[in-house]
Design a protein around this ligand. Structure first.
Ligand code: UGA
Length: 441
């Protein structure tokens, strides 16, 4: 099948590459000419395991093409994916200007029937707005061309985006049209082989499904962070509690890790956006407000512990920070907990020596101007002469360091572990002052 993807960000690029690899013809369109030029040369704008090879292979095979010219893109695909960003506007609502601009573009250039598919995370009702905007443009053009707008939200996770797309848990298709259902079933047939993953529903339910999934996952995390803060005050260990509750299949082990807060481009934005959507329809989503508030507080937790340990004075102290990306296997620093920690440390006169396996360039781009930030080439170098080690992201490389080395390299043997990677008793036995999240101190 022939597909056009508008918006070559995370979702668009991964989806395009995976669909091309399954044998479809995919044309990627983005207004960013530099990005498209780079993609043609095989330069991928994000770090995502497996993606570069997939893009190169399918580009070379002629199944994946790149363009900046919207008319070419509209002419190409029977199916037109909208995968552009929906950044939060001033009040936290999702800003639909890019989505609606693509809708206008499609309607302006189309000369045959199209299926328009929303892939971006968009508020409930967006498909209706896309439909209305396209109908206006077609009316202005005085042409009568049939089109449908469906919702097909994406559930990929950064760091395992390619694998998530190739082996989706479910394929949600929001449409009331038999024709759209049949065409999208055919599109996803290569990914729907072992058991039925396609779930058909009405458009608004599909749109809400995406928010409900992310908000429930965020809720699990904030709930565990709340329990961790209680555990600290009650002398309990959140890791034991996690084991204890996760064994109940109704609860499960996924997404119940307490830590220094969730970040990334999805959870913080989507929780806020659904909260605003609720307000717009006259409903106070109290749980979502709490999920967000708990997360905001949790992002300062490491700094609170540090400040308490150093009796409120970190001026002139140096902190080794391991992990800057919002989670492992990505270089994405959007809403990362490391940023809150470092900014608080800097505000209080401390110096940061940071290392991350992938996010050094991104950190340089954001904070390169700072004199109180030293970007170090290895995790060992980051320790050198520091007053404490702070672990913010659970990269595999940080899970079993040489603790003898760590103790010798630090000027004082203190570890603040924002992801509960280490065993508190072992740390104490090795002579460290150790702070985890929800683990007694
Ligand atoms: C999230 C969802 O997991 C995807 O299903 C969804 O498709 C995606 O958003 C999206 O809407 O595009 P992602 O933002 O890539 O994916 O990252 P997650 O793996 O969900 O992690 C989010 C944050 O939660 C990270 O900061 C992570 O450290 C934190 N987290 C996760 C915890 O603090 N505890 C946990 O138990 C799990």
């Amino acid at each position: 099948m022939k597909i056009t993807v508008f918006g070559i960000g995370y979702v668009g690029l991964v989806q395009a590459a995976v669909l091309a690899d399954a044998g479809h013809q995919v044309c990627c369109v983005d207004v960013d000419a530099a990005k498209i030029d780079n993609l043609i040369k095989g330069i991928i704008p994000i770090y995502e395991p497996g993606l570069t090879d997939l893009v190169e292979k399918n580009h070379a095979a002629g199944r994946l093409s790149f363009a900046t010219d919207a008319a070419t893109g509209v002419g190409f695909g029977e199916i037109q994916f909208i995968a552009v960003g929906t950044p939060p506007d001033e009040d936290g609502s999702a800003d639909l200007k890019y989505v609606l601009a693509v809708a206008e573009t499609i309607a302006r250039y189309m000369d045959s029937g199209k299926i328009v598919v929303n892939k971006s995370t968009v508020p409930v009702g967006t498909a209706d707005r896309v439909h209305a905007r396209m109908a206006e443009v077609l009316a202005d053009r005085r042409v009568d061309i049939a089109f449908d707008v469906a919702s097909n939200p994406e559930f990929l996770k950064e760091g395992s985006a390619v694998a998530d797309c190739v082996r989706p848990d479910r394929i949600i298709i929001g449409t009331d049209s038999d024709h759209v259902e049949a065409r999208l079933r055919e599109l996803y047939e290569p990914f729907n082989r072992n058991h039925e993953k396609v779930i058909i529903m009405d458009v608004r339910s599909a749109e809400l499904t995406k928010y409900a999934a992310n908000c429930l996952l965020a809720t699990k995390i904030s709930f565990m962070n709340e329990m961790a803060n209680l555990a600290e005050r009650l002398g309990a260990d959140i890791e034991a509690v996690r084991h204890g509750i996760g064994s109940d299949p109704r609860i499960g082990y996924h997404f119940i890790y307490a830590g220094c807060g969730y970040g990334g481009s999805c959870f913080p934005k989507d929780v806020q956006a659904l909260e605003r959507t609720a307000r717009q329809v006259g409903y106070e989503a109290q749980l979502l407000t709490a999920v967000e508030a708990v997360n905001e507080r949790q992002k300062s937790r490491l700094f609170e512990q540090i400040s308490h340990h150093f009796n409120g004075d970190v001026t002139g102290k140096t902190f080794a920070v391991w992990g800057l990306s919002f989670k492992p296997n990505t270089d994405d620093m959007r809403a990362a907990s490391s940023r809150v920690l470092m900014e608080l440390l800097w505000q209080h006169g401390a110096v940061v020596q940071a290392f991350d396996p992938e996010a050094m360039e991104e950190t340089q781009r954001i904070y390169g101007h700072r004199r109180d930030l030293r970007l170090m080439g290895t995790k060992e170098a980051a320790l050198s002469g520091a007053d404490a080690l702070v672990v913010v992201t659970e990269w595999r490389d940080f899970k079993a360091p040489d603790f003898e080395y760590v103790r010798a390299a630090l000027s004082t043997p203190v570890i603040f572990d924002g992801r509960n990677l280490y065993d508190p008793q072992r740390m104490e036995a090795q002579g460290f002052d150790y702070y985890g999240i929800g683990r007694g101190k």
